[in-house]
Each structure stands twice: as C-alpha cells, then as structure tokens.
Design a protein around this ligand. Sequence first.
Ligand SMILES: [Zn+2]
Length: 95
Amino acid sequence: MTHQCHWEGCYKEVPPKLWGCKKHWFALPLWIRDRIWATYRPGQEISKDPSASYIEVAKVAKVYCKVMNEYGLKAPKEKIDEEVKKFLKGKVSFI
Ligand SMILES: [Zn+2]
C-alpha cells in the first residue's frame, strides 16, 4: 500500500505515519502540525479509524493547502490565515 503526501497536488510517497512530505509538512503552520501529532493515533492508517479531532484538523490542513496553492508557499502568513478563517467560518471549533 502506498501512502502519498496529503498536500493537494503532491504525489510524493511518504511513510504512512507522516502527514506529508517534508516540504509540505513544514509549510503548514506550527499549530496545525502540533495538533495533527496531538490527535494522531498510532496505527490509524491501518485501522482507518482516526479520531474526530484528527479528521477535523486534517480538514483545516487541506484548506491551508488550497489557499497556499493559490497564493504560493511564500504568501504572507496573515493573508493565508485570513483566507482560511473565511473558508472555515463556523465549520471547525478551534480556529
Ligand atoms: Zn508534498
């Protein structure tokens, strides 16, 4: 079974326990990376039962990918946050 980077448009193969390739992982804001680790359950990629909080943060990460794909990885952080917040308004509990 292959496991690819979760970044939209990136098909790099990564170990199942990692969210994505190094480049894209570090493109995510630190608080998202922390939250992914905090909610990650070892073996979830095999049992396919990630926690609800993991699914939620994974969704937020996806939105970050989308926005950063649009504005570029070097886009101003504030701009990205603003777009992500607009997109997620009311959809997640922690942003
Ligand atoms: Zn990637």
